[in-house]
Ligand binder design. Sequence first.
Ligand SMILES: Cc1cc2nc3c(=O)[nH]c(=O)nc-3n(C[C@H](O)[C@H](O)[C@H](O)COP(=O)(O)O)c2cc1C
Length: 352
Amino acid sequence: MRAGPVELPGRVLLSPLCGVTDSPFRRIARRHGAAMVFCEMTSSDGLVRRNPKTFELLEYRPEERPIGAQLCGSDPQVMADAAKVCEDLGFDTLDLNYGCPVRKVIARDAGAAMLTDLDRLERVTSAVVNAVTIPVTAKIRIGWDQNSTNAPDVARTLERSGVKWVAVHARARSEKFAGHAHWEVIAEVKRSTALPVIGNGDVKEPEDAVRMVRETGCDGVMVGRGSFGNPWLFRRAQRLLDGEDPGPLPSPRERIETAIAHLHDLAARKGDYAAILMRKHVAWYVRGLYDNSTLCREVNHSETPAETEALLLRYLEKLESEPQPVDQGVAESGESERNGRGADAHGPSPAS
Ligand SMILES: Cc1cc2nc3c(=O)[nH]c(=O)nc-3n(C[C@H](O)[C@H](O)[C@H](O)COP(=O)(O)O)c2cc1C
């Protein structure tokens, strides 16, 4: 997989995810085999107005490379100016968000609204491509709603405008994040354009990545929610795509030690606020583990990283010293049940 001159070390990428894919999360994803990572969606207006909060979203460390920034907006000049800012910040690639369904983004004709006006989409994309030398990519949905699926047309427009690949979240804007992704549209996009196509939507297990590539012919796979509390998915999926054994699922110890390392990284950046930010991640890391509800309740009251760490260590000790009955009724699938990775009620639902 490559985006122009940027060669990726694999085919399983981390999606941009607002409120989740900050620098500590991205570093964990890269350490666990994500071929590439993206910053959270960033407003082009915020960047050109030099809003410090917007710039914070674009802080990254060298070990995260290859890393892309992702911009949203609908004005060609503002997007071109914001793209230059991203290039100056040293990003390897720049992604254009043409899929965000959030009302306040749509109200500014940006995100998924761009799918309804291909003239504008072409003008914005071309303006960005002409403004920077780094590769420009795009992330789209299959259409505005299920009656107006136009991803193949969108992909051809993007190809004409000079993007290096298109990532397709296989849902319409109207579906937000619900229901099953329509992978057949990823296959249609692949047939309609010479661009590399990255499939996205519902990759939760290594087997899903293999099935997505087989069923759609996509060149790469982008993982969003499946990576929450489960960075191991990246390497396991890549191995399975390479025809190798995916390797074992992480032990409870590995999961909790990774949560603690994550907490330390967050605390170095955010101080005590890391305890609050870490709450959702802890719920994700211990999903399906025995008596995780008690831990989650305690962590949700913790105000400092030290307290959260102590709770995690005490929970690990309890897991390792007591016999662990299977948490009945929480397993998602046979494999999840056998490996203690079933879903339960503690993982927060997507923010947007
Ligand atoms: C909490 C959350 C935040 C998201 N933020 C972004 C974003 O900033 N940019 C973007 O292109 N997509 C965003 N998405 C969409 C995901 O990148 C991805 O396309 C979608 O979740 C489908 O993939 P999945 O089924 O693997 O999660 C977000 C999704 C969620 C759940």
